[in-house]
Structure formats: structure tokens, C-alpha cells
Design a protein around this ligand. Structure first.
Ligand SMILES: Cc1ncc(COP(=O)(O)O)c(C=O)c1O
Length: 372
């Protein structure tokens, strides 16, 4: 299509083009074509997906769930049944749970409800970027407080940033991309002191040491985000949930969502996995063993500094230009997340903990390029 001649539409589009938007990473199909590497040889370690749940186990379950669904009908009681299962899984009241189209969508809903134009959104740096896009699109000021060099929260500066205009604080713990879970008492102190809503993103909680889901009823202002995309291996299906006191949960459920935000099929698959939680637990234990091995092996490569992780990925820095290291890995079909400069470190990466053979491949190639 050529130029748009309608002035009104043209102006609208120009204004919308000014909004910063999330750039999706190149798909494995495109990488496969670009590098001439067969698709099944590409090792995808850039999105923190769960590679430990066997695909066959999940597709067998999907088939059963598909048989149980009637695709002609709008969703009925499926969400409530999932909430009952989640309520048992986390030992939290049913009415504190809101189901959504994965946690990104819930985060966006929260921002639309609780952050107004001209207000300030506070978060840490570095962190998961979706909050930034939502907050800026809302016309809010976006304020970041860098983590300390040891990747901990800079409590003093975060507390010092609060003003009458700060209405939303986003904390991701375990933090993406740095991988560690923040100190529990510091997070609780921030929730207590913050004047507005605190969103605590616990996307990786199943791999971590603690969760604050049992605390939501102790605070007026806490919303916790959880997802089925990580430990539950359902990133493709888009399923997540928020947990908060029942007043906030009600607003979140009734005032921001369209009537059917998640398909019955997806919701039923989430419930099926909760009913078979033993396979999820097994994959978590297996991943944790590999995670420790991977961190250890990375740290044995000269010039590499890998940090502890409470998630399903590892954050590390190297002493060679990250662009070159990244390209070398890509040429071998290895895709990790290139981060570049993070805090005081110039050449940083984040890699999903893969299956043992994938990690072997990553280590072998890093050794080769970083000179051992
Ligand atoms: C911290 C964090 N929150 C949320 C998400 C997205 O989760 P979902 O697939 O539920 O939208 C990710 C994905 O990488 C993440 O790292």
C-alpha cells in the first residue's frame, strides 16, 4: 500500500509510531535460513523456556485436553476450576487469584488500571523490559534505580525515589536477567513503604527459594504475577495469573479484562499440569542440578564470570566483545540472549539452562572462542 492520504489516520499513525515497542528476537526458522543450519540443530537458549519437560509428555496431554474441549462454546467454568487447583497448589484463597493471557498481559492490565499519565513508575535496572513499554505507553514517567554491583537491591535509593507521584513499583524476583532472588525482608520493607501498588513478578518462583504469595492478604498494595510459561512449560499457550488481596483481584478481573481473555483449551491444559505436578517437580529438580553444573563450568572458562541463579537461566559476563562472541555462537546454531553492558560489566549474556547436551555444546564453544 502507498501513502495514506486521510490526514486524520495519517496523524494517528504517526503519533502511534512514536511509542517504543518490544522487538521480538529473530525466530529459529529465520536463523535457520540465515545461517543454513537445519532447524533441529538450533539450540534455543534465549527465552528461558523449560526444556526439561519432555515435549512428548506435553503433546500427549494436549491431545487429551483437546478431546475434552468443545471448541464451539465460549469458556464457561474452566477458569474457576483452574483457580480451585491454583488455590490448592499455593494454599491461597480462591478469590485472590486472577487468570490472564500470561503474565505479560496481566502486567499490562495492571499498568492500565493503576498508572495514569503524568504519574511515575519505578523499577530497578536491569530488569524485565515489558513493564517499561506498558508504563511509557501510558504516558507515565519511567524511573529506574540501578542494582548494586553485587546485583542486590539498592534499598536506600529505591526508598529515596518515592514521591506523591509514584504510583507503581515493579520488582522482578528472581530478577530477569540477573537471575537471583532478592532479600525477602528488603522486598517486604519496600512493599510496606511504597505508597502505591507493588507488582512482584515471580515468573521464576518455582526455581527459587521462597515466594511471597502467602503475604498478599497482609498488604493493601501487593500484586504477585506468576506464569505457566516457565516451570510449567506452556509458553506457547499463554497462561498466567495474578495474586493479590481480594479487593484488588476483583478490580483486576472485572475492570480491565475483556470477557474471555484465555481460551478454555489453555486453561484446561494448565489445570492438567497442576493435576500432574509430579512431572513439573521432576523437571525443576533436574534443571537445578544442571544449573549448578553450568555455573561451575562457565566459571572455569577464563574471562567468564557467571553469577548464582535462582531461576532457569544463568547470567554471565565475558572479557571479549559480546557482539563477536554472540556471532560465533550463532554460527554454530547456539542462540543465547545478548545483553551487552549491564551495570559495571561491558559484555553480558543470559542463557537458559538447557538439557545436558545443549550445555555441553555451549561450554565447548565458549571455551573455543574465549581461549582456555
Ligand atoms: C520476569 C518475567 N516476567 C514475565 C515473563 C513473561 O511471561 P509470560 O509468558 O507469562 O508472559 C518473562 C518471560 O521471559 C519474564 O522473564
Amino acid at each position: 500500500m502507498g501513502e495514506i492520504s486521510n490526514k486524520f489516520i495519517k496523524e494517528k499513525i504517526e503519533k502511534l509510531q512514536g511509542i517504543e515497542s518490544y522487538k521480538l528476537a529473530e525466530s529459529t526458522e529465520k536463523l535457520s535460513r540465515r545461517f543454513g543450519i537445519p532447524l533441529n540443530k538450533i539450540i534455543k537458549l534465549n527465552f528461558n523456556e523449560n526444556l526439561f519437560l519432555p515435549k512428548k509428555t506435553l503433546t500427549d496431554m494436549l491431545k487429551i485436553v483437546a478431546e475434552e474441549c468443545d471448541p464451539r462454546l465460549y469458556p464457561q467454568d474452566e477458569q474457576n476450576k483452574l483457580k480451585e487447583s491454583l488455590s490448592r497448589y499455593l494454599n491461597i484463597p480462591f478469590e485472590t487469584i486472577v487468570v490472564g493471557n500470561a503474565s505479560d498481559e496481566l502486567l499490562d492490565r495492571i499498568v492500565r488500571l493503576f498508572l495514569e499519565r503524568g504519574e511515575t513508575a519505578v523499577t530497578i535496572d536491569p530488569t524485565f523490559p515489558i513493564f517499561r513499554y506498558s508504563a511509557k505507553r501510558q504516558g507515565a514517567n519511567y524511573l529506574t534505580i540501578p542494582l548494586l554491583e553485587n546485583l542486590e537491591l539498592d534499598i536506600k535509593n529505591i526508598l529515596g525515589s518515592f514521591s506523591a507521584k509514584t504510583s507503581l513499583l515493579y520488582l522482578c524476583s528472581p530478577n530477569n536477567p540477573t537471575g537471583t532472588q532478592f532479600n525477602k525482608s528488603e522486598i517486604l520493607a519496600l512493599i510496606k513503604e511504597f505508597p502505591g501498588i507493588v507488582v512482584l513478578d515471580e515468573a521464576y518462583a518455582e526455581y527459587a527459594n521462597y515466594s511471597l504469595t502467602s503475604k498478599v492478604n497482609e498488604f493493601d498494595n501487593l500484586i504477585i504475577l506468576r506464569t505457566f510459561s516457565k516451570a510449567f512449560g506452556l509458553a506457547a499457550l499463554r497462561l498466567g495469573y495474578a495474586i493479590s488481596n481480594s479487593k484488588i483481584a476483583r478490580v483486576l478481573s472485572e475492570k480491565s479484562a475483556l470477557p474471555f481473555p484465555v481460551s478454555s483449551f489453555t486453561v484446561n491444559m494448565g489445570k492438567k499440569l497442576l493435576d500432574n505436578y509430579n512431572i513439573v517437580i521432576k523437571s525443576i529438580s533436574e534443571l537445578k542440578i544442571e544449573r549448578d553444573k553450568l555455573i561451575d563450568r562457565l566459571n572455569k572458562i577464563s574471562g567468564v564470570k557467571a553469577f548464582d541463579s535462582d531461576a532457569n537461566f544463568v547470567f554471565f559476563s565475558v572479557d571479549k566483545p559480546h557482539e563477536i562472541v554472540y556471532q560465533n555462537l550463532l554460527n554454530k546454531g547456539l542462540v543465547i540472549k545478548k545483553l551487552g553492558k549491564i551495570l559495571h560489566m561491558d559484555n553480558c549474556f543470559r542463557a537458559t539452562v538447557g538439557l545436558p547436551w545443549m550445555n555441553d555444546h555451549l561450554i565447548e564453544n565458549l571455551r573455543k572462542y574465549l581461549g582456555d
